[in-house]
Design a protein around this ligand. Structure first.
Ligand code: TYM
Length: 325
């Protein structure tokens, strides 16, 4: 039997370079490996764990589907679907919540960060975020989850839930592991922390123009003189250079940095141009797909049907084992 893969992106605004390099690139790689059966969703129900606008959420959800298709996810190879259309995720999350302690959830760094960011929004849904994520994965009994390193604490919770369910109820949930890519951690353009939608000026959107990308890359804080330890904004710059430039160019700029001859604007502009060239085919495809409403509707409908068929099997089994009728 093929191993199952599940992943997703939250529907909370445009996707950025971190989402692409840490998440979507791995999703594409596994989709194109015939050893795996891949399920990729838009986590729209996770988006309501922080303040949001219903109208924008709808648009953002479709936008992520368009992004998936434009980046190379293929509905012939992967099941592409919207989380809220497969209600089994929420049912399983409720059953899982009966074996997870409140204290365990309160100690997660991601929970603490969000509460700090939105003190007025310390809700049950926010606390339950990792439990729903575990249900997203385990409802398909997925073994492998292509996500960035920031999601590791959530995967740890999913493994704990799988273990405990198996012990208590004799289920056979696998303990899902992360599939990582070279871009598993993309730092912020501000030189501190990670690239994140919720931090202004920290990210490059996949739909940014060459001018926008150039402006953003130029804004990475770097010293006026090169040389010395590589940290802060300079570290961000070289990490992006390593991911995008040819190895020989990357090495050349690095040597120049160490011997003090590097002009930051030169490496920044070369990097901006290279990032744009990588995003250009995506952007062109995106413009086409966004027009094709019938196709999008078909993809979404078929995806939900395929996902539901498998998810409902799992629910039947779990209810039976838990003594629910
Ligand atoms: P989200 O929407 O925050 O991010 C989507 C994907 O992008 C990755 N990512 C990054 N990778 C590298 N560097 C960064 N700076 C960076 N920022 C984001 C994330 O790791 C992720 O792969 N909880 C998930 C959504 C989710 C999910 C799931 C994922 C819900 N249920 C089940 C997998 C399986 C999230 O908020 O991702």
């Amino acid at each position: 039997m093929k191993k199952r893969v599940l992943s997703g992106c939250r529907a909370s605004g445009k996707l950025h370079l971190g989402n692409y390099l840490g998440g979507i690139k791995g999703m594409i790689e596994l989709q194109n490996n015939p050893q795996y059966e891949t399920f990729y969703m838009v986590a729209n129900a996770h988006a309501i764990t922080t303040p949001y606008s219903p109208k924008e959420l709808k648009e953002d959800t479709i936008d992520v589907i368009i992004d998936y298709l434009s980046a190379g996810l293929d509905p012939e190879k992967s099941t592409l679907f919207i989380q809220s259309q497969v209600s089994e995720h929420f049912e399983l999350a409720y059953y899982f919540s009966s074996i997870v302690s409140i204290a365990r959830m309160q100690h997660l760094p991601t929970y603490k960060e969000k509460v700090k960011q939105y003190p007025q929004n310390n809700t049950m849904a926010l606390l339950n975020y990792p439990v729903l994520m575990a249900a997203d994965i385990l409802v398909y009994k997925a073994n492998l989850v292509p996500v960035g390193i920031d999601q590791e604490p959530h995967l740890e919770v999913a493994r704990e839930i799988a273990r405990k369910m198996n012990q208590l109820y004799g289920t056979n949930f696998p303990e899902p592991v992360r599939f990582s890519t070279p871009g598993e951690y993309i730092p912020s353009l501000k030189g501190e922390g990670k690239m994140s939608k919720s931090v202004e000026d920290s990210y490059i959107n996949l739909t940014d123009s060459l001018d926008e990308i150039r402006k953003k890359i130029r804004s990475i804080p770097t010293a006026t003189i090169s040389g010395g330890p590589i940290k802060g904004g300079i570290k961000t710059l070289f990490l992006l250079a390593e991911l995008f430039l040819r190895q020989t160019d990357y090495q050349k700029f690095k040597d120049q940095y160490h011997n003090g001859s590097l002009k930051f604007v030169t490496i920044k502009d070369v990097l901006a141009e290279t990032i744009y060239q990588e995003l250009k085919p995506f952007q062109e495809k995106r413009n086409q797909i966004a027009q094709n409403k019938d196709y999008l509707e078909k993809v979404i409908k078929q995806g939900a049907e395929k996902a539901r068929a498998i998810a409902s099997e799992t629910l039947k089994e779990i209810k039976e084992k838990m003594g629910l009728m």
